[in-house]
Design a protein around this ligand. Structure first.
Ligand SMILES: C[S@@+](CC[C@H](N)C(=O)[O-])C[C@H]1O[C@@H](n2cnc3c(N)ncnc32)[C@H](O)[C@@H]1O
Length: 337
């Protein structure tokens, strides 16, 4: 059953920059891979383009019903994962598209609802599952082997004290299982201490790590980039907004591999067996304006990268170019494998 719609709307990040890079026009078809509250989708529809919108969160899909009704037949909203965005577009009847945009991460609605378990500031179940099914954050902290937990928190949270945190978690869970967000936030705070001058809560990095792990966010992003390569038509546009370095690094690696001549020099002609499938619209990442960053704290860490699809067929091969970390698996209510 969908959760109640929260009162705080999600403010779309870098919308002007997204539209400038995506350039949707009348008659085109675009994929909004992260529908959320429909901020990007509404703006694309206003430009006269059709949208295939995707979100893995059933609450986002339910909340989008009114927008779908208002824009029928120009908006097709589907629950699913963006790793599968090419198959979802084909299922909607489109063999190729003019644009793919993604705004990676969680929405304000997800963070604001305590019962979704994303926030260390509000007490709720230790959940963090965008899809509301599968392995939860509680399953991870209650069952993962200590060394595996250290890797998850250290790598995905970029937390230098990961080993101390996982030691404390594994000790406490012997006495009482972790079931709430505040229980975990307090555990991390007890390990790291809290300086009132710190801008961020000590549990920020641990929560980020668990969220990325639970939702397989890095694998999803890597696969979404490969799927976009398969479904974009020549001259089609790819626009990705990310919020932390782990994600931005994947987009950067993909574009280095697909849009830069081998040998690292863009002055050399591309070799025949590795034709470039993208051309960067602008080299490097674009950040939010100072004005937007001042008004919307989420925008401060945003990075936008964009590229134009070339006429060459998609490359063979998969995730290996991304250098994704190898982490242990967790089963629901089960043990580390
Ligand atoms: C930052 S919000 C998008 C906000 C949107 N751009 C707007 O303007 O309202 C990210 C959304 O992407 C969804 N999402 C995250 N990972 C996903 C994935 N792998 N597949 C599909 N949706 C995903 C989340 O559920 C969330 O609703």
């Amino acid at each position: 059953m969908p959760h109640a719609v929260p009162n705080q709307p999600h403010i779309p990040v870098m919308l002007a920059e997204v539209l400038r890079a995506l350039k949707p026009v009348d008659g085109e078809i675009h994929i909004d891979a992260t529908f959320g509250a429909g901020g990007y989708t509404s703006a694309i529809l206003e430009r006269g383009a059709k949208v295939v919108a995707i979100d893995r969160d059933p609450d986002a899909i339910a909340a989008g019903a009114a927008l779908v009704a208002a824009h029928d037949p120009n908006l097709i909203l589907q629950q699913g994962r963006f790793s599968n965005l090419d198959a979802l577009a084909r299922a909607a009847g489109f063999e190729e598209v003019d644009g793919v945009v993604a705004d990676i991460g969680v929405s304000s609605m997800q963070i604001d609802q305590a019962e979704r378990g994303f926030s260390f500031q509000k007490d709720g179940p230790l959940d963090m599952r965008m899809e509301q099914t599968g392995v939860s954050a509680a399953d991870v902290v209650n069952t993962m082997a200590r060394s595996d937990l250290t890797r998850v928190i250290g790598i995905l949270g970029e937390e230098r004290q990961a080993s101390r945190i996982s030691a404390e978690i594994t000790e406490r869970r012997e006495k009482e299982v972790f079931s709430t967000t505040l229980q975990l936030a307090k555990c991390v705070e007890d390990v790291l201490g809290r300086n009132p001058k710190d801008r961020i809560h000590p549990a920020t990095r641990t929560f980020q790590a668990l969220r990325i792990f639970v939702n397989r966010e890095l694998e999803e992003l890597a696969d979404a980039l490969l799927a976009a390569e398969r479904i974009l038509k020549p001259q089609g546009r790819l626009v990705i907004v990310t919020f932390h370095s782990l994600e931005d690094r994947l987009v950067k690696r993909f574009l280095q591999d697909r849009a830069e001549a081998p040998g690292g020099s863009r002055h050399l002609p591309p070799v025949d067996d590795k034709p470039l499938t993208f051309k960067q619209i602008k080299r490097g990442a674009v950040s939010a304006s100072a004005g937007e960053a001042g008004e919307n704290p989420r925008a401060r860490s945003a990075k936008l990268r964009s590229a134009l699809r070339t006429e060459h067929p998609p490359r063979d091969g998969g995730r290996e170019i991304f250098g994704l970390p190898r982490l242990a698996e967790v089963k629901r209510n089960g043990r580390s494998e």
